[in-house]
Write a protein that binds this ligand. Structure first.
Ligand SMILES: [Zn+2]
Length: 78
């Protein structure tokens, strides 16, 4: 928006590996420099990060007992 050259096109590429801590030291430094100056990517990073935390929590939560029973029924030996 109003940028001659949009550096955020690249953000797409490093955002996921950045969240996964998979970037090399050089790439990591670059990503952090960009996050420093780009509020759009900072917001996006925070959003993605909280999304991941949310998903992790959702996965570790207890399954509904109804679903458990259904799964148990499927596992019942013949
Ligand atoms: Zn950006």
């Amino acid at each position: 928006m109003g940028h001659e050259h949009d550096p955020c096109e690249q953000c797409e590429e490093w955002m996921q590996p950045y969240l996964d801590r998979e970037l090399s030291d050089a790439e990591l430094a670059e990503a952090e420099v960009h996050l420093e100056k780009c509020s759009y990517c900072r917001k996006r990073y925070r959003f993605e990060e909280s999304l991941r935390i949310f998903v992790r929590q959702a996965c570790s939560e207890e399954m509904p007992s109804e679903l458990k029973q259904k799964l148990a029924a499927l596992r019942t030996p013949l």
